[in-house]
Design a protein around this ligand. Structure first.
Ligand code: PMP
Length: 361
């Protein structure tokens, strides 16, 4: 540590890492890079939200256990009592609490959501990995071998997986939980679009946890993540989280959504699934473009003959942001990830991509 370096006191693994890229973008940019919903909620919701916010006692701390919201989420989204739920300021915060709580190693199936590694690093937890097959499927035998070899305290599986869009089968999770003595987290951030969950396996496996978020179904700004887990796990995690992590504005807004607006969100999710399949069909008509099957609100697309970084740059010049994932993992070489937009947005993206790949300005 030198006297003139004001950051010398910060852990070296933090100083040598880079922050998760969250760019501010010019107004009017078409953001197809962050898996947000392209649809806002109806004006009626915004009016009701305004009324709700006007009555909030801002001078008081919020209910630290968010009991009303947990009760409602338990009933409407999980069929579970509130003691099974742990809430976070986005599911990212829940991941952070889980990683802080466990000694590690944390086993990841790669390629996967890059925040897992970032959070593990900041929490000081070692990471072990199992690599998916060349068609981006997690092989059960390889997974079981990896847990025997690395003896992780926690296995994290994203299903549908970001950025591949592929699911982990229920049989795989069932076998893992049966044969592995540690904890298993299935991150179902994209569950609304796949409709498949491993939640029912919790009845026979008390160390299985399921992570969800409201972010992908149209409420990214609320920052609400939900973990469904055995009440004994929830009680331990309650010792890790900060006392008032769920602010009252989010609690009230999410309560309003669960009481009155879930059908609107579900309709929007159905539209996004239809739009995804339309986009996949249109993209597969572009020579050199291979959109992979996806159960989420994004597509992973393989591009032949052109550097995806260059294609992403050319799209950005036309005001369209997608995520270049080609350098995140060797299995993602040649790949871009694109979030599903509205029909006109998807049309604009498809036309721009076709243009760029043809080499026409
Ligand atoms: N898990 C996965 C797999 C994700 O892709 C994301 C967001 N990109 C998150 C969790 C975090 O979501 P949030 O913090 O908005 O709930």
């Amino acid at each position: 540590m030198t006297a003139d370096d004001p950051t010398g006191w910060i852990r070296s693994e933090i100083r040598s890492s880079t922050a998760y890229p969250v760019e501010s973008v010019p107004e009017g940019t078409l953001r197809l890079d962050a898996m947000e919903s392209p649809f806002d909620l109806p004006a009626d919701f915004h009016r009701r939200l305004g009324e709700e916010m006007a009555g909030i006692p801002l001078n008081r701390y919020p209910d630290g256990s968010a009991s009303e919201l947990k009760e409602l989420l338990g009933k409407t989204l999980f069929g579970l009592s509130p003691d099974h739920l742990f809430l976070g300021n986005g599911s990212d915060e829940i991941l952070q609490n889980l990683f802080l709580a466990t000694p590690g190693p944390i086993l990841l199936s790669e390629p996967t959501f890059s925040m897992y590694r970032i959070i593990a690093r900041i929490a000081g937890r070692p990471v072990a990995t199992v690599t998916q097959s060349s068609d981006l499927i997690l092989d059960t035998r390889e997974l079981l071998e990896a847990v025997r070899e690395h003896r992780p305290s926690l296995v994290v599986l994203s299903s549908p997986n970001n950025p591949t869009g592929r699911e982990v089968s229920e049989e795989t999770v069932d076998r893992l939980c049966g044969e592995f003595p540690g904890a298993v987290l299935v991150d179902e951030a994209y569950f609304p679009f796949s409709g498949r969950t491993v939640l029912s396996l919790r009845k026979s496996h008390s160390r299985l946890m399921v992570l969800r978020t409201l972010s992908k179904m149209g409420l990214a700004a609320l920052r609400l993540g939900i973990l469904a887990a055995d009440p004994r796990i929830v009680a331990e995690l309650d010792k890790v989280r900060l006392p008032y992590n769920m602010n009252l504005l989010t609690q009230r807004a999410a309560t309003l959504v669960c009481r009155e607006f879930l059908p609107v969100l579900e309709d929007q999710v159905r539209s996004i699934v239809d739009l995804r399949e339309d986009l996949r069909r249109s993209l597969s008509c572009i020579p050199g473009v291979e959109p992979l099957p996806s159960s989420a609100n994004f597509l992973l697309i393989r591009i032949g003959g052109k550097d995806p970084a260059e294609v992403a740059r050319a799209l950005a010049e036309r005001g369209i942001l997608v995520r270049d994932v080609s350098r995140l993992h060797p299995l993602l070489a040649g790949c871009l990830r694109v979030t599903i937009g509205t029909a006109p947005e998807n049309g604009r993206f498809t036309a721009a991509l076709a243009h760029i790949l043809k080499g026409t300005p």
